[in-house]
Design a protein around this ligand. Structure first.
Ligand SMILES: [Zn+2]
Ligand SMILES: [Zn+2]
Ligand SMILES: [Zn+2]
Ligand SMILES: [Zn+2]
Length: 112
């Protein structure tokens, strides 16, 4: 018998030790397939710096207050308050932060 408790996914509450993502901030663990959106593998950057939904902070003001206002960039998975990125409300569609949108524009330009 091992002394330590096996890690338990906070979403499905099972102890399947497979495809686990750990939050660097609260050490909460979830399965990649319990992650929203589902992941079929763990991206390298997630291993180093993934944060769960409840630990997302706004990257601009570094504040985690007004959590319900935080939107997540589809591309880099960072959180921002929608009003910190000059939006009037939470976008209904997929949203990308200005860094990622800029990168994409540059990529597009390179292609040409
Ligand atoms: Zn799970
Ligand atoms: Zn967390
Ligand atoms: Zn903010
Ligand atoms: Zn981004």
């Amino acid at each position: 018998m091992k002394g330590s408790k096996p890690p338990q996914c906070k979403i499905c509450k099972t102890e399947e030790e497979k495809d686990l993502l750990q939050c660097i901030s609260c050490y909460k663990i979830i399965h990649t397939y319990c992650h929203e959106p589902k992941l079929d593998h763990i991206p390298e950057e997630y291993r180093k710096k993934w944060k769960c939904e409840s630990c997302k902070i706004c990257e601009l003001c570094k504040d985690f207050e007004n959590e319900e206002k935080i939107i997540i960039c589809e591309s880099c998975d960072r959180g921002f308050h929608y009003d910190c990125v000059s939006l009037k409300s939470i976008p209904q569609q997929i949203w990308k932060c200005s860094d990622c949108s800029l990168k994409e524009i540059k990529k597009e330009e390179k292609k040409k």
